[in-house]
Structure formats: structure tokens, C-alpha cells
Design a protein around this ligand. Structure first.
Ligand code: ADP
Ligand code: MG
Length: 543
């Protein structure tokens, strides 16, 4: 078996010279914005073409490429021509860099870039890769809602617990944050990867039977062509309700109640709609904050963070991981190591052991998801820890450590505790998840929670039963002579009873029979120990 590469996790805050200028980039699905922090204020850059508020569109030989950010979970899949999500992001960032340089009149090499809170390891890494291919060093990736809160928090000097409601062109995102004395913590996040202004455009086009969604978008933004507040109200109702349901869950995840929120921050172009604002206000029972431009607030936060990182201002920024990280254990069951909504950076460890006697290698399968079974989760990486000395099953202690750095990137290390054999591996996220898969992941975890748990308990009971039977059968093969016929018979009957139940769903009965078998086998175990001691004693006196 192959040994894995050993690497160090990189989570150091980059050091830069104080006079360098780093930009903040909101790399949006629909629009991208570049801002800097100047004289204690955020400012959207402006070059000879206009403000750096630019559609996230790539012009290719075979037409326009839009919303490529949705594909960042599969960054190397071809979308069109030779373009992938990675190269499209690279193109957009290259243009933003060039225009920022024109606006500032000097080279720009560093940036803080925002990503959606739901971006996984693959998408985050791809964003960093795209930036570096475009000639930008990423000082830090920060979550979009965190950036918005950062802009509001320090700009307005507000403290408390806040909700960030972000309805953009194609996505919805909500985060619950607490802000205390310049320390930000994301308590919970939630969202939907395919819910936003584009859907509203589609509803309008459908209502008027227009083919042109672009026309619908303009009509919506300008309240023209027969589109009114009343119509938008009626059309958008179900869509807005969906976002509010996600808010309910996020508030629950954060362990607070609605009335504990000190403010609601509105982010994203679609929150300009009056119907959205009123619905948000009614739901949260308070007027949302709108003093900062909802289109620019994310870029403002990124600009502020860039300024702080290059000027050594000590702001602690805490974020959370959006989806639980864990490993596969026997029976395809997921053991969560870092639960969803844990603040990052974070390091968590848990001990595991071998399943079979004499096992010298252990296969570690890192997964991401909210379901109880590996088959329902996303596979992130797989590696094998070798060189475990042969021991009885259950004797080895393998400590797995998961660490997620400030950018949300994951490193997994494994160490066998009795010998100290250690391997640290950087998990290379495996590509191959569609945006739909991702959105489904969170939804299904709520839908299947109870059924998953029952299945998990059943499979765990079966594995325990199989182990008990295997141990007992191998003991009988060696030491049956220590027992009388009746006892052997009783044990065998009980073993057969359990075996016949292993194909059923009757967890309680399996567990009861296992308890009975363990009780029956107790005197046998004692006899075996006594016998082993006796033999050892004889052996020692002979030699
Ligand atoms: P993203 O974060 O996905 O890049 P934005 O925050 O830039 O998106 O929001 C883009 C969306 O905002 C589009 O669907 C656009 O139609 C919508 N939008 C922009 N201005 C308005 C407006 N005045 N009224 C309603 N929707 C608007
Ligand atoms: Mg946005």
C-alpha cells in the first residue's frame, strides 16, 4: 500500500508591508464588485469604464458564459468551449485586477475574496486557485454574510446578534452572527443554491408569457412594462416564504429565538424589492438595516478585511463550517468529527480502532454531509494508514484529527497511539458534485433525519452482534473442551437465533439476544482466562 504525502496545514495570516494596497472582491454569481478601504471608509473602485460593479460574465468565441460560480463545486468540468468554472473565475478575476490597477494607477497583487457560506472545500480551493492563476494572492477567503456583517459592524459600531439575509441573482444565504467588541462569530448558516432574482425573472416572464428573461429582469428592476409592486408581491410570495423557512432553521441552529436578534442586515440586489423588505420586516418583527448599499456591502466588508490584514489591525473573525465533516465507520455509518456550524478555525480529534484481529492498515474515508450513512453523503477523500502493528481487534488506538483553517480548508491527520506511528495528510477534495446535489444535501438531512437514525441504530446493532458471534465462535474452536455439552449447546442455539435475526429489521430483539448471549458466555470467558493463566504458569515452571 502506498504511503501518503505528509504536509503541513497552512493557516498563517499572511504578512505584508504596511504600504501595500489590497483590494476586496465580491466574486458574485451575477455581479462582481471591487472595493478598497480608504480614509476610514469603503469605496467601490471606478476606472474610465465606470464603477467596478461588473456582471460576472465571460465572453467566449461561442457566446457569453454566465453564473459559472454555481459550478465551482466541479471546477475542472468543461462548461463551454475550453472553459471550466475555474478558468471562468480566473478570467473574471483577471479583468477585475486589471481594472482595479487602472483605477488605482498602480499594480494590485493582493485581495480578500468573498465566497458563499455554503461553499465547500473544493469550491473554496478552486476560488483560491483561480485567483492565483489571475495573479492575485488571496490574503483570506471570507464568507459573504460575514463580510456584510463586518462592513456594518465596524462602520456603524453596532454590537449584538444579527441576521444577514442575502438574496442575490441566483442564490439565497442567511447567517446568524454575533458581534462583540470587534469579535465576530457566525453562529449558524443556511441557504439555497438555486433561489434568487433569476427565479423572480422567470416568474414574471411566465406570467406575461414573455420569452425574454432579460426583459423581465429590467421590468422588475424598474417597475416597468406592467410590473407593479402588487404583482411582485403576489408572484414572489412562495419564493420569499421559502427563504423565511430557511431563516427559521438557521435561527434554531444558532440556539436563539427571533426576538433575540438585534438587527437584520439586507444583502444582495433582490433585497431592493419592496415585497422582500416588507416580508423580512414582518417575519423578524423589526425594520431591516439598509444604510449600506445591499449590492456593495459584501465588497465593503472584503475591503475592510483586506485593509485590516495588511495593516495589522487585530480583528478576530470567526466563521463556521456549513456542512458536517466526518469519516466512514463499519457498516457505512458516518461518524461526525466536526459538526455543522462549528466555528473555524477548528481542530477536533477522535479515537478509532481496528475491526479485525491482526489488522495492520485502516482505510480512512473522509465525508461531508448531514446524513447518517456514507452513501447519502459526499465523499471528500480516502486514504489508508498503514504500519499498524498486528493486535487484537479493538486494541489499536487511531487518533484522527480534523483541522479546518481560517479559509475553511480541511486537513486530516491520523496517528496510531500505541506505537506513535503518525501520518498527516492534506485532503485533496475529490471533484464531482453538482449544485443540485449540494442543495439536496441539506434538505434531505431534515427530511430523512428520523429514518436515518433508526437505520443507523439497526446497523450498529448488527455489527455488534456479528463481532460478538465471531469472537465466540473462534473461542469455541479453541477452548470448547472447557465446557460441558449442555452449555455448548445453549451457546450455539443462541448464536443461531441471532444469525437468523441478522436479516430482519428487529433491532430490539437482536440487542436482547446479544445481551443474553453475552451473559451466557460470561462463565466461558472466565474459564478461558483461568485456563490461560494455568498454562502460562505451567510453561514458566518448565522453562
Ligand atoms: P449575486 O450576489 O448573485 O451576484 P447580486 O447581489 O448582484 O447577485 O443581485 C443580483 C440580482 O439582484 C439580480 O437578480 C437583479 O435582477 C436583482 N436586482 C438588482 N437591482 C434590483 C432592483 N432594483 N430591484 C429588484 N431586483 C434587483
Ligand atoms: Mg452576492
Amino acid at each position: 500500500m502506498m504511503l501518503l504525502q505528509i504536509t503541513e496545514p497552512a493557516s498563517q495570516i499572511p504578512k505584508t508591508t504596511p504600504q501595500s494596497c489590497a483590494i476586496g472582491i465580491d466574486l458574485g454569481t451575477t455581479n462582481s464588485v471591487v472595493a478598497i478601504w480608504e480614509n476610514g471608509k469603503p469605496k467601490v473602485l471606478e476606472d474610465n469604464i465606470g464603477p467596478l460593479f461588473m456582471p460576472s460574465v465571460v465572453n467566449t468565441a461561442s457566446g457569453e458564459l454566465r453564473s459559472t460560480k454555481r459550478m465551482m463545486h466541479q471546477p475542472t468540468n468543461i462548461i463551454k468551449g475550453e472553459y471550466t468554472a475555474l478558468t471562468a473565475a480566473q478570467e473574471i478575476l483577471k479583468t477585475l485586477k486589471k481594472r482595479a490597477e487602472n483605477a488605482l494607477g498602480h499594480p494590485v497583487e493582493q485581495a480578500v475574496i468573498t465566497v458563499p457560506a455554503y461553499f465547500d472545500d473544493t469550491a473554496r480551493q478552486a476560488t483560491k486557485d483561480a485567483a492565483s492563476l489571475a495573479g492575485l494572492e488571496v490574503l483570506r477567503l471570507i464568507n459573504e454574510p460575514t463580510a456584510a456583517a463586518l462592513a456594518y459592524g465596524l462602520d456603524e459600531g453596532k454590537e449584538g446578534t444579527f441576521a444577514v439575509y442575502d438574496l442575490g441573482g441566483g442564490t439565497f444565504d442567511v447567517s446568524i452572527l454575533s458581534m462583540r467588541k470587534g469579535v465576530f462569530q457566525v453562529l449558524a448558516t443556511g441557504g439555497h443554491i438555486q433561489l434568487g432574482g433569476d427565479d423572480i425573472d422567470a416568474l414574471i416572464a411566465n406570467h406575461f408569457k414573455w420569452d425574454d428573461h432579460q426583459k423581465a429582469r429590467l421590468a422588475k428592476e424598474n417597475l416597468s412594462h406592467g410590473v407593479t409592486d402588487e404583482l411582485l408581491n403576489a408572484l414572489c410570495n412562495p419564493l420569499i416564504d421559502q427563504t423565511l423557512l430557511i431563516c427559521v432553521q438557521a435561527i434554531k441552529d444558532a440556539g436563539i429565538t427571533k426576538n433575540q436578534l438585534d438587527g437584520i442586515i439586507l444583502v444582495g440586489g433582490s433585497t431592493r424589492l419592496q415585497t422582500v423588505r416588507s416580508a423580512v420586516q414582518t417575519f423578524f418583527e423589526q425594520e431591516p438595516l439598509i444604510n449600506l448599499d445591499p449590492d456593495c456591502v459584501v465588497a465593503f466588508g472584503a475591503a475592510l478585511q483586506a485593509h485590516q490584514l495588511t495593516h495589522g489591525v487585530d480583528t478576530l473573525l470567526l466563521d463556521v463550517i456549513p456542512i458536517s465533516l466526518g469519516i466512514e465507520t463499519m457498516g457505512g455509518i458516518v461518524e461526525v468529527i466536526i459538526p455543522r456550524n462549528s466555528p473555524i478555525p477548528i481542530r477536533m480529534a477522535q479515537d478509532f480502532t481496528t475491526y479485525e484481529n491482526g489488522q495492520t492498515a485502516i482505510s480512512i474515508h473522509v465525508v461531508q454531509g448531514e446524513r447518517e450513512f456514507v452513501k447519502d453523503c459526499r465523499s471528500l477523500a480516502q486514504f489508508t494508514l498503514t504500519g499498524i502493528p498486528p493486535m487484537l481487534s479493538g486494541a489499536a488506538r487511531i487518533r484522527l484529527t480534523f483541522s479546518v483553517d481560517a479559509d475553511g480548508l480541511l486537513t486530516v491527520s491520523a496517528q496510531e497511539q500505541t506505537t506513535g506511528i503518525a501520518q498527516q495528510v492534506e485532503v485533496k477534495p475529490s471533484y464531482g458534485l453538482t449544485a443540485e446535489d449540494y442543495a439536496a444535501m441539506l434538505r434531505q438531512s431534515f427530511e430523512h433525519g428520523k429514518e436515518d437514525l433508526n437505520n443507523r441504530l439497526l446497523i450498529a446493532a448488527k455489527i455488534k452482534a456479528e463481532q460478538l458471534i465471531a469472537q465466540l465462535e473462534s473461542a469455541l474452536a479453541i477452548d470448547a473442551h472447557l465446557l460441558d455439552e449442555t452449555t455448548i449447546n445453549d451457546l450455539k442455539i443462541c448464536i443461531e437465533a441471532i444469525k437468523s435475526q441478522l436479516s430482519t429489521q428487529d433491532r430490539i430483539s437482536i440487542q436482547e439476544h446479544c445481551d443474553k448471549l453475552a451473559l451466557l458466555a460470561q462463565p466461558f470467558a472466565e474459564k478461558r482466562i483461568a485456563n490461560a493463566i494455568k498454562q502460562k504458569f505451567q510453561h514458566q515452571t518448565i522453562s
